[in-house]
Design a binder for this molecule. Structure first.
Ligand code: FE2
Length: 413
């Protein structure tokens, strides 16, 4: 309240900024009042902080930047250009009268002259009069839809790295952009650049994390030529099942990671046992049965994998309590582990093993349904059967034996 009162005392024409629209015509109120502009920019920073751009998801964050610049600069349109690293630029645009909830979004390989010049020279430009366009003369590019309009455009930079540009336009009949507007745009642009760079770094860390998980899953599968691609397939079947059950976001990502790593404990088991071309002896079976416990121990101390420990530990438990390592049953078994159990069994049955040929898809489905409510959780199994039918064309094409008549989805009970 104090900040609002202080500004109101300095500039009696300013109304308290109760809504985002309250800043729309700020320039008309402040004129050249340096103190009022400074207070205005402080309020903008408060509002940016409250909007939590740095922790927002990309679409919300970008819409927030475009929306704020559109209002704060009293622009008739505002555009955020982002470099995507492939020679194209993504842009988000908002014009007066557009839906306030979002900015329109498109991809382009050509930009208007001001944005191109700003990104090439990494300097802002303000065009109020035809003479201000002098820097653009003789360039390869020509202004597009900004022809004849007033333009204010700034580069978005983080640590010297070009992220894009933020551009505001006004009609020729509107008031000219001033240094105050440029400074206001730079406040928004600098903060947006930090948030965008954080977003880029976060995405890069996540991509590195997923690549590491996939490489680890491939290393597990490579221990046995018969299980090549098994972890990836189990992950895709599990995600299909999870989507049918309504899992989303972090839940699906946890399920995918756990499915990719469900057999990570096999890293600790002798290759001679894993690759044995005959049926395992009871002693060897006992050693293989340790892999869920070994796997859970491997990932236990990795903070980012804490959520997947139980899914790895319990993926061989059975719904009726006859599984291992602990013999827990029903809903004591985490849902993710019950899903992975179904996906794991289906992929194992439908691929060749040294001691048997692969079952057909229908044979494997029949076997799964025969064990519904005993080995397999009914909820997870039904979701898998629905998901397998629904997403069949998008699922992995591992070596598989089809029925003579081809795949025909089974009726779901
Ligand atoms: Fe396993």
């Amino acid at each position: 309240m104090q900040a609002v009162n202080a500004t109101a005392t300095t500039c009696q024409r300013v109304k308290p900024p109760a809504t985002p629209l309250a800043v729309e015509h700020a320039d008309l109120c402040f004129g050249d009042d340096e103190f009022a502009w400074r207070r205005f920019r402080e309020r903008l920073l408060d509002r940016i902080e409250a909007s939590e751009w740095s922790s927002s998801k990309p679409p919300e964050m970008i819409t927030g930047v475009v929306d704020m610049a559109h209002h704060a600069l009293s622009a008739s349109s505002c555009t955020l250009y982002l470099c995507n690293g492939h020679g194209h630029r993504v842009y988000y645009k908002k014009r007066n009268g557009d839906n306030p909830a979002r900015a329109s979004h498109a991809r382009t390989s050509t930009l208007d002259g001001a944005a191109t010049w700003v990104m090439q020279h990494r300097r802002p430009i303000v065009i109020n009069e035809p003479g201000d366009r002098a820097p653009l003369q003789g360039q390869q590019f020509e202004p597009l839809d900004t022809h004849g309009a007033r333009v204010l455009c700034i580069p978005l930079l983080a640590d010297g790295h070009l992220l894009g540009a933020l551009e505001a336009t006004r009609r020729k009949s509107d008031e000219a952009f001033s240094d105050h507007h440029l400074e206001t745009a730079q406040v928004i642009g600098t903060t947006a650049s930090i948030a965008l760079e954080n977003m880029r770094l976060r995405q890069s860390i996540e991509e590195g994390y997923h690549s590491t998980i996939r490489a680890l899953a491939s290393a597990i599968d490579a221990k046995d030529p018969y299980t090549c691609g098994h972890s990836q397939s189990v992950a895709q079947y599990s995600m299909v099942c999870g989507m049918v059950l309504g899992l989303e976001g972090e839940q699906i990502r946890t399920l995918e990671t756990a499915a990719l790593l469900h057999d990570v404990g096999k890293i600790g088991i002798d290759d001679a046992i894993l690759r044995k071309p005959r049926k395992l002896s009871p002693a060897e079976q006992g050693i293989v049965r340790d892999h869920p416990v070994i796997g859970a121990a491997i990932v236990h101390d990795i903070g980012s994998l804490r959520e997947v420990v139980e899914l790895i530990l319990y993926h061989h438990e059975r719904y009726d309590g006859s599984g291992y390592p602990h013999g827990i049953s029903g809903e004591e078994i985490p849902l993710g582990a019950r899903i992975i159990g179904v996906a794991d069994a289906f992929d194992s049955m439908t691929t060749d093993r040294p001691y048997r040929r692969a079952l057909t898809i229908n044979e494997a489905m029949t076997e799964l349904l025969r064990c519904r409510g005993t080995q397999f959780c009914p909820q997870a199994l039904d979701a898998f059967a629905i998901g397998f039918t629904r997403y069949y064309n998008e699922l992995p094409r591992r070596p598989r034996v089809l029925d003579a008549t081809g795949y025909a989805p089974l009726p779901i009970r």
